[in-house]
Design a binder for this molecule. Sequence first.
Ligand code: FAD
Length: 437
Amino acid sequence: GSAVMWFRRDLRLADNPALLDAVSAGDGSVLALFVLDPALWDKAGSPRRDHLVSSLRSLSDSIGGKLVVRHGDPAKVVPALAAEIGAVNVHIAADYGPYGQRRDSAVEAALDCPLVSTGSPYAVAPGRVLTQQGSSYKVFTPYYGAWRDHGWRQPVEPPTGVKWIGKRSDALPESAAAAGEEAALKHWHEYLDDVAAYDDERDRPDLDSTSRMSVPLKYGEIHPRTMLADLLRKPSDGAAAYQRELAWREFCADLLARYPEAAWKPLRPEFEQMEYDEPGDAFDAWCNGLTGYPIVDAGMRQLAETGFMHNRVRMVVASFLVKDLHLHWKYGARWFMRQLRDGDLASNSLNWQWVAGCGADASPYFRIFNPTTQGLKFDPDGSYVRRWVHELQDLPGKSAHEPWKDDSPSEYPRPIVDHAEARQESLRRYAAIKGTA
Ligand code: FAD
């Protein structure tokens, strides 16, 4: 009989061990399935929906238009389809997110055939990297060492001679985003030529020289194993720094699998007592890029216009929300998940916790980013802020970071808070919870 390959965050044919298992499970015929699950779809903003739809189109094209797309609750849709074709197995790659785990248990319970899980979206699956005492790591640097020691498999080839069954699906809305496995691999191979400079340039939003691979990684258009193998073939300081960033992605997933509540709750219990303000006008100004701090506003506008923001600027705007506006990080994290094309619960929540000082391995709370200094340091010529904040276009060089020093009339807002005062207030609130847990 046939097997079902249920695609989720693995929208590719190459280096996909679950797909190889599906091909060898039955008579070599495979039904490729994707389920548009309202529980996920309804929460994703339009950048993520657009990308997903394009990526599904591309996947379908690569198998002769045979991807079957169904809408609905996977616990109903998957068993019904498996029964329809008398499937021998349903094959998946494991999902370690809190919702994905619940969903897969429900599907497994409702299926009449086995649900076979092979691999994951990570080089080293969450839960595999353990201390000598058998517990998980809470601090990145030792995790990273153990992750490298653990190692990972070599990439596997795409399957050959598959007989794809299923009819062409009309369920996919039109979408224009460039996405899919072929585009991801092409982009990655081009980027590899420049990866040697990664460690020097990665913090500079004006140079825009990071890889932008977070998006293909999010949808599994490429597997990190493939990337790690390529990096090892071209050793350099840049390649080593890049490998370390990929490990951050895996560390975030490891933490979320271990502490599912970390999605929205602080990992450091004393932060449950932290005094935060309610989101109001200041939150709206942050979302809309109207805080009066150029680097913050440039980042928020880049996000709204493109669905992407540079990592350094993500840190700056996140710090500003928490430590200058005194708002709970979960509001910012929710906004990011709606706006980001690479929005990923594990990477997003754990990075927000890192910035907010309440994560497992967080930057110390009292180290508060000064948004102006950050701008001057990482966008020294002001070109990043001028690119995204058109009101600043006439301010030359680094003066774009301090528009309040210029007295010609401008549409651009005055700073909505005084950073020095906001900083003192943050430290006061932190002192009140320190040592309470
Ligand atoms: P590169 O610098 O080229 O990095 C290469 C890859 O390493 C990235 O594609 C990503 O997979 C991984 N990586 C790099 N930095 C991190 C990091 N700090 N944590 C985890 N993985 C990392 N990343 C997401 O993929 N989705 C998110 O929703 C997300 N939310 C974030 C929220 C905040 C507040 C912060 C500070 C960071 C967040 N990040 C998130 C991490 C990081 O900012 C992005 O992965 C990175 O900016 C993507 O751009 P790039 O692919 O060009 O990165």
